[in-house]
Design a protein around this ligand. Structure first.
Ligand SMILES: [Zn+2]
Ligand SMILES: [Zn+2]
Length: 86
């Protein structure tokens, strides 16, 4: 998988087909002509659509999570249909 390495400071760009992109970047960091040094540009992560809206009607039930050493019971409320915390 090719990795694109972009320097924001000087516009330098490299495509690393294999090997170690971080090593290539380190090399540029040393050689970058920009004042103040190299700034690595990371492209924004790809947009991930939100999961589909849950159509569950939710039937809350108390689920025993833990019992404290003092004997207090800790519950969490979850949906008995989809298992989500409510
Ligand atoms: Zn640079
Ligand atoms: Zn539910």
């Amino acid at each position: 998988m090719a990795v694109e390495i972009i320097c924001e400071a000087c516009g330098w760009m490299a495509i690393v087909e294999s090997g170690y992109p971080s090593a290539v970047w380190t090399e540029h960091e040393r050689a970058c002509p920009a004042v103040g040094g190299a700034i690595r540009y990371y492209p924004p992560p790809e947009y991930v659509p939100p999961p589909p809206v849950n159509v569950c009607k939710h039937v809350p039930i108390k689920r025993l999570m833990a019992t404290t050493p003092k004997g207090r019971k800790l519950y969490s409320v979850v949906c008995s249909l989809c298992g989500r915390h409510l």
